[in-house]
Ligand binder design. Structure first.
Ligand code: SAM
Length: 236
């Protein structure tokens, strides 16, 4: 199992520790490392949703996906995350944008939530599922709490497959990104974990198969920014 620090602690504890460590620099680094396109990826994902009224943003972190959902739908949004420090930054942003009446953030584990079954019209997960300790358990829980015909939208980084982007991307992702990320966040392990975890995440076809096996239907993949990000959409 790919973990950030390779200690005796389980992945979930290490992930929480890692995001608590990098919370303050997370947003700035996201903007720098993605050249600002990450905002567009989340917006593109939200635009795929069919007018949801109640959204759950899982692994919400600093709430960027939840904020995009608030700006681009009329829904009420709940965001959950295991990292209290990421949520603290998210709370500050929500307050600054006067979105407190639209977005509520809570500590919560995607693999075992306290929500009743069939609770949400849509679930969004931005760059989160790769970090779950047990991916299947997390996806099953999403399926349980999603309403019938509800949609799930998942964003994940992916590796482009064609020359020369694949080669440029590998250089950037495995050499430049860990250096910039480590230097800026002061957590070198966090930004080495990022490319390693992307590499070990299921390929598009396998991930779509997994969604189907768990019980989702109409699962599809949308390639964003020449394949450096994957958007998966499925229905319960
Ligand atoms: C890369 S950040 C993504 C944050 C945000 N969704 C975004 O689009 O920027 C991944 C987040 O997943 C959270 N996370 C990882 N495992 C989780 C779990 N089992 N339950 C809830 N959150 C989790 C981490 O704490 C972290 O805040």
């Amino acid at each position: 199992m790919i973990k950030p620090y390779n200690t005796a602690e389980n992945k979930k504890k290490e992930i929480k520790k890692m995001f608590n460590n990098i919370a303050k620099s997370y947003d700035t680094l996201n903007r720098i490392l993605s050249l600002g396109i990450d905002i567009w990826w989340r917006k593109k994902a939200v635009k795929q949703l069919n007018n949801p009224k109640i959204i759950l943003d899982v692994a919400t972190g600093t709430a960027d996906f939840a904020i995009s959902a608030a700006k681009n739908t009329n829904a009420t949004i709940t965001g959950i995350d295991i990292s209290d420090k990421m949520l603290e930054i998210g709370e500050q942003k929500i307050k600054k944008l006067n979105l407190e009446n639209r977005i509520t953030l809570k500590i919560g584990d995607a693999e075992e939530t306290s929500f009743k079954k069939n609770s949400f019209d849509a679930i969004t997960i931005g760059f989160g599922v790769r970090n779950f300790e047990n991916l299947d358990l997390g996806l099953k829980e999403m399926h349980r709490i999603l309403k019938k015909n509800g949609q799930i939208a998942i964003l994940e980084p992916s590796i482009p497959t064609f020359f020369p982007l694949k080669q440029i991307y590998n250089l950037y992702f495995h050499i430049l990104l860990p250096k910039i990320g480590g230097w800026f966040s002061k957590d070198t392990s966090a930004y080495s974990y990022l490319p390693n975890s992307v590499k070990s995440f299921p390929a598009k076809k396998q991930f779509l198969e997994k969604l189907k096996k768990i019980g989702f239907t109409n699962q599809r993949h949308i390639s964003l920014s020449l394949g450096i990000v994957s958007l998966y959409i499925a229905i319960k």
